[in-house]
Design a protein around this ligand. Structure first.
Ligand code: BGC
Length: 724
């Protein structure tokens, strides 16, 4: 594993207990920029001495290569053992050059593109001194009210796994010691996205089969793909916060999955064990976390203060301490830090890479591939012969379309929609007004008359609405995710005034579009598209790029439908079409039914794809066989375009209730006008497994239905049998 010339065992044997413990402490960079006596706020209560700080193993939240190099140089001067510090950041959707938030990039259904984005982010971050990112975030989520839904790749476990693995590969590359590669951390184990009511940090209560089938697979897939770190989640699971939870941290992670890498707590999670009320002191927190093999603790000071004492008391042995320290040293060695403690970070490289044309091109392509055309009555694409266009709405000319976790990027910097349109229509007159504000609690509609006047005066309107980027992300949860009332009014009035209107949506979660979906002639979902967002939007609006994204998460018709997701399970009294007698007794709502407004997997194009055929190469398969499914798709329109061919499965009779459909494979294909392609998928036995009531993953003999299409819109379905 270790590539370093340093003998890690020898190094370890020379370290004192306190120096070893220092390796297991992660602190904000502010601790190292200022001297210990100057450190302010909660940090003072941590009680770090100047000498103690010189032993610390890792840091987070620093600003660029210059700062990193200064901190590392000072550290190496002061640390007797000359062990380089590890530098971490939350690089979630880009470092400086920002690409779409993960929820949006999930809509691209393009893992290669995801990998390219993460590799680009890693190269910028690494130039700036980052050696580890706290990503990918793999928290499966069916809850659009949760602010961190933006960090997931949507509501499907398989899509999350595939996109998660792509992130790990993109960040880490093949060799961590190489320039531009950084370590990735699987987070947050486990089920942080299952927070009750979508309230961040809230309790999670799930049955084991739901946890195993939906919540855990993406973490596991990324660990299997070689992610170097794991971060436990803040939430309690079955009554015990993850950091203190032996079932998840020991039994599942270490024993079942065989993970032997580093575990780093989430920010101040050990202190928060006291807030949860599961420990009565910081010392107790240190004890339960370390017992569960949480190797490193971030920003609690618990190990620094109490681990030595716990070893002296015989609660832990020095061997246990060594095991955790060795994991940290191994990672540093893999990163090549003993040979180059700066991991090639340089200000010159920062200048060369930040916002460079190559990275902008990747970010733009990612935004284009991720946008989802939700509706189009023919208004789109717009003509580039337009002489006068109105660009209206609170997101018409703002760079604040990046979302949360903009890391060291400027969160308010992006190509705006108006700028993007101006590049395509250099001669046209572009008029614009916000009309209303997207701020929560704003009710003024005073600006709408002016917006309507401008809309009437133009040949076409691009209407940019959504939610402010500050309403999404950690601790930013929203109870009513309906597009705000003033914006709904704006959409209604502008669409009435000019039927040649296309609505562009900027949001970090699924939002409720009921009401405006009927009046808007066209709607293009951009989510938070990042640095090149406005340019990507313009390319899509004017047909320079054909939209190809498919929703990674369902958009409810009404907040009261939440959770609403495509892979629901059957009840004993499913709703029967036209059956009024049982209407009130089914598991449906009398006022809005059970189906979302827009489905997972849904998305239009400027061309038309026709699914012509689906065939299976056999009707029966044994446990060691594979079954091939061939699907033929034709581009029946007049433009080239891309289609995501999605394969779903349903287990028709099984020992546990199964979803009505589950995505098991997909492929995004590009077809010229008139072109036809046959896509071949292979089904193997592991894809048919379920978590049974004996707590095992098993496949069960019997009939399965395989379908192509999306959610409740399947083009073809065929049966096959698993024989045992
Ligand atoms: C978040 C983590 C993040 C950490 C460090 C926490 O509040 O939950 O996702 O990695 O902070 O910034």
């Amino acid at each position: 594993m270790s590539k370093s010339s340093v003998d890690l065992k020898k190094l370890l044997s020379q370290m004192t207990i306190d120096e070893k413990i220092g390796q297991l402490v992660e602190l904000n960079a502010e601790f190292f920029i200022k001297s210990a006596s100057e450190v302010t706020g909660p940090a003072t209560s941590f009680g770090f001495s100047e000498h103690g700080l010189s032993t610390i193993g890792s840091t987070l939240n620093f600003n660029g290569a210059r700062e990193m190099r200064a901190i590392q140089a000072k550290h190496l001067e002061n640390d007797r053992n000359k062990i380089p510090m590890l530098f971490a950041m939350d690089v979630i959707h880009g470092y400086k050059t920002l690409y779409p938030i993960p929820l949006s990039l999930g809509c691209s259904f393009d893992p290669e593109l995801m990998k390219e984005c993460c590799s680009m982010a890693a190269s910028e971050a690494s130039a700036a001194g980052v050696q580890l990112t706290f990503a990918p975030m793999l928290d499966f989520c069916r809850e659009p009210r949760w602010g961190r839904v933006m960090e997931t790749c949507g509501e499907d476990a398989y899509l999350n796994s595939v996109m998660g693995v792509a992130q790990v590969k993109g960040y880490q590359g093949d060799d961590l010691s190489e320039e531009g590669n950084i370590a990735a951390s699987v987070k947050h184990l486990a089920a942080y996205g299952g927070a009750e009511g979508g309230r961040d940090y809230n309790t999670v209560e799930l049955s084991e089969h739901i946890l195993r089938e939906f919540y855990l697979p993406a973490y596991k897939a990324c660990i299997d793909a070689g992610a170097k770190l794991v971060m436990p989640s803040f939430n309690n699971l079955g009554g015990v916060p993850a950091t203190a939870n032996p079932w998840i941290m020991k039994k599942i992670l270490r024993e079942e999955w065989g993970y032997d890498g580093l575990v780093v707590s989430d920010y101040a999670a050990l202190r928060e064990l006291m807030n949860h009320g599961v420990t009565g002191s910081l010392k107790e927190s240190a004890e339960v976390a370390f017992r569960n093999e949480c190797d490193v603790e971030m920003m609690s000071g618990a190990y620094y203060k109490h681990l030595h004492e716990l070893i002296d008391e015989g609660v832990f042995s020095e061997d246990e301490l060594d095991r955790s320290v060795m994991r940290m040293l191994e990672l540093k060695a893999e990163l090549g830090l003993f040979d180059d403690p700066y991991h090639m970070a340089s200000e010159e490289k920062e200048r060369e890479l930040f916002y460079c044309e190559k990275h902008r091109e990747i970010a733009r392509r990612a935004a284009e591939e991720s946008a989802v055309l939700l509706k189009n009555n023919g208004v789109l694409p717009l003509s580039d012969k337009i002489k006068k266009i109105a660009v209206i709405g609170p997101f018409r000319d703002t760079g604040a379309i990046n979302g949360f976790w903009t890391c060291c990027g400027d969160k308010n910097y992006a190509v705006t929609v108006t700028e993007g349109i101006r590049e395509i229509l250099p001669e046209a007159e572009i008029v614009g007004a916000d009309g209303v504000s997207a701020k929560l609690g704003e009710s003024s509609t005073d600006g709408i008359d002016e917006a309507v006047r401008l809309a009437e005066s133009a040949e076409a309107v691009v209407l940019c609405v959504g939610e402010a980027q500050d309403y999404i992300g950690e601790a930013r949860c929203i109870a009513d995710i309906t597009l705000s009332a003033p914006q709904r009014e704006l959409v209604r009035r502008v669409c009435e005034a000019n039927p040649n209107t296309a609505v562009l949506l900027f949001n970090g979660r699924p939002i409720v579009l009921t009401g405006i979906a009927d009046v808007a002639p066209a709607m293009l979902e951009m989510f938070f598209p990042g640095t090149e967002g406005g340019r990507a939007a313009a390319n899509l609006l004017f047909g320079r790029v054909n939209p190809s994204g498919k929703l990674s998460m369902s958009f409810p018709k009404h907040v009261g439908q939440i959770p609403v997701y495509y892979n629901r399970t059957m009840t004993g009294r499913p709703k029967r079409q036209g059956d009024d007698v049982f209407e009130g007794y089914t598991s449906s709502y009398m006022d809005c039914g059970i189906l979302p407004l827009y489905f997972f997997g849904e998305g239009l194009s400027y061309t038309k794809f026709i699914y012509e055929e689906m065939s299976l190469d056999r009707r029966e398969m044994g446990e060691s066989d594979t079954l091939a499914v061939s699907v033929t798709v034709r581009n029946a329109g007049e433009r080239a375009g891309k289609e995501v061919v999605q394969l779903y499965l349903r287990d028709l009779v099984s020992s546990t209730v199964r979803p009505v459909q589950e995505l098991i494979a997909f492929e995004k294909i590009a077809l010229e006008a008139g072109e036809r392609r046959t896509v071949r998928f292979e089904i193997s036995e592991p894809m048919l497994r379920l978590w049974n009531f004996e707590n095992k993953f098993v496949s069960e003999k019997g009939d399965f239905l395989v379908s192509v299409g999306y959610a409740d819109h399947m083009y073809f379905s065929e049966k096959f049998t698993l024989v045992k």
